[in-house]
Unconditional design. Structure first.
Length: 159
């Protein structure tokens, strides 16, 4: 069964825009779910603060490659924040140096995200979303205008 999702703006600056996917069933973005789960979690507070600081650095400087660690397959744009230490991960799509699509994340307690079903699901959602996004871009329904995905606010994506 396909899941219906939309793309919502989380935050923007002169240098970058942060989007997040939102599944139709609950209307909460995946990034908001991540924040709700870890914002008040004392055990992972320093990891959470490092991720929030990285997002602020992205807004201040742009989505430069140095802020991300490639995480998915070679042919996709799935990355993780932060690039250094800690157990907490936030998965995202780095579309360009101005556009990031945030997913969800969690505690990486296994050697790889594929070994933990919850994290693997988050990465799969982003990979599927990116595939549909690229198809919409090829068809001309969505275009990139500097730091914005034009036309994405009118589309319900089925992943």
């Amino acid at each position: 069964m396909k899941k219906k999702t939309t793309l919502d703006i989380i935050s923007e600056s002169q240098r970058a825009i942060l989007y997040s996917i939102s599944f139709e069933k609950d209307g909460t973005t995946e990034f908001e779910k991540f924040v709700l789960e870890f914002e008040s979690n004392a055990q992972y507070n320093s990891d959470y603060q490092r991720i929030i600081a990285a997002l602020q650095a992205i807004l201040d400087n742009g989505a430069l490659e140095r802020f991300f660690r490639p995480e998915g397959k070679i042919n996709d744009n799935v990355h993780t924040i932060p690039i250094d230490g800690g157990k907490l991960r936030l998965y995202c799509l780095r579309i360009s140096e101005q556009i990031i699509i945030l997913g969800n994340g969690g505690v990486k307690s296994t050697r790889s995200y594929q070994e933990y079903p919850k994290l693997y699901g988050y990465v799969l959602d982003l990979q599927r979303f990116e595939k549909i996004l690229k198809e919409n871009m090829e068809k001309g329904y969505i275009s990139v205008d500097e730091k914005e995905l034009c036309g994405s606010d009118n589309i319900i994506f089925e992943i």
